[in-house]
Write a protein that binds this ligand. Structure first.
Ligand SMILES: [Zn+2]
Length: 301
């Protein structure tokens, strides 16, 4: 697949054998199965073409009873490519909160949103130490953040849109892994998956204000940059518009939570710059999303 990387660093490995996906090289080297899917059901490297239309999540305007079986089958195939299955899967709710949930054995397996028990209906982060459990989050611009503790054999996965990022959801998840599993952030690894880049992510002034309020002005300055912007009639907006660097913001939360700098991989793939390969909310509104998956298995390499 011809993906545009923002730099030459090797952050991801590309797999196109069955359902195509990217995996995080840092997690691959730890032996933790992980993936981030694309728009494609299959990809022909020789032709340089993919078959479009992979659906991994039921969208709000779809009938869950119709779309459910299709997305479950696709997620099962993806999980099987990582050596597990949907019977071991727990998913996030994508509600833009910073709530983190500890997965129970009875939570594993395919379930539609409306059939979920109340306790796991508004969670954007999930953590587990159950062997072979698959954690899944979705995103079409919002990056996933994968967490892995090779000492306690525990993992986490969060959906980090701007609201979750503002609420420092990766740090909340790490705090909960400390509490629940005795994880030490110094031992842990983290990866920020594909999502929208700074150049593509124009925000309203009110978002900058909220970060300045909650993170302090100095911190907000590190993650926002002003870009020239224009009104509909072509006149330039004085002062331009703020853009948010979601990758750097989440990296800062990971560092703050105690993950060593060299244990963090940061995506160099933008979903909107690569909208021919990924679903991107900013590029095509809501068609579907990518699945991010991580399995709590530690393969000896
Ligand atoms: Zn971009």
């Amino acid at each position: 697949m011809k993906i545009q990387f923002s730099d030459q660093k090797k952050i991801f490995n590309i797999h196109t054998e069955e359902i195509p996906y990217l995996s995080v090289d840092l997690l691959d080297r730890l032996g933790v199965p992980n993936l981030y899917s694309t728009r494609f059901i299959s990809y022909d490297e020789k032709e340089g073409k993919g078959r479009e239309g992979l659906r991994v999540v039921v969208m709000k305007d779809e009938d869950p009873r119709e779309a459910g079986p299709v997305v479950f089958e696709n997620r099962d195939r993806l999980a099987r490519q990582l050596g597990s299955s949907i019977e071991m899967e727990c998913v996030t709710d994508q509600m833009h909160t910073n709530h983190v949930y500890v997965v129970r054995p009875e939570d594993l397996g395919p379930i539609l949103r409306q059939d979920k028990p109340e306790r796991r209906r508004s969670v954007d982060g999930i953590i587990t130490d159950i062997p072979d459990a698959v954690l899944t989050a979705f995103g079409g611009d919002c990056p996933p953040v994968y967490l892995a503790d090779p000492v306690r054999k525990a993992i986490g996965l969060v959906h980090a849109g701007w609201r979750g990022t503002l609420g420092r959801i990766p740090a909340v998840a790490i705090g909960k892994m400390k509490e629940e599993f005795g994880s030490d952030p110094a031992d842990m690894y983290a990866a920020i998956g594909p999502g929208i880049c700074l150049d593509c992510y124009e925000m309203g002034e009110e978002v900058l204000d909220q970060f300045a309020d909650q993170w302090g002005e100095d911190e907000a300055e590190k993650i926002f940059r002003r870009y020239p912007a224009f009104m509909e009639d072509g006149r330039e907006i004085p002062g331009g518009k703020p853009h948010l660097d979601l990758m750097e913001a989440n990296r800062m939360s990971l560092l703050m939570a105690g993950i060593p700098e060299d244990h963090i991989a940061v995506s160099n793939v933008c979903t909107k710059c690569n909208a021919d390969i990924f679903y991107s909310f900013r590029a095509h509104r809501m068609e579907n999303e990518q699945a991010a998956m991580i399995v709590n298995r530690w393969e000896v390499r």
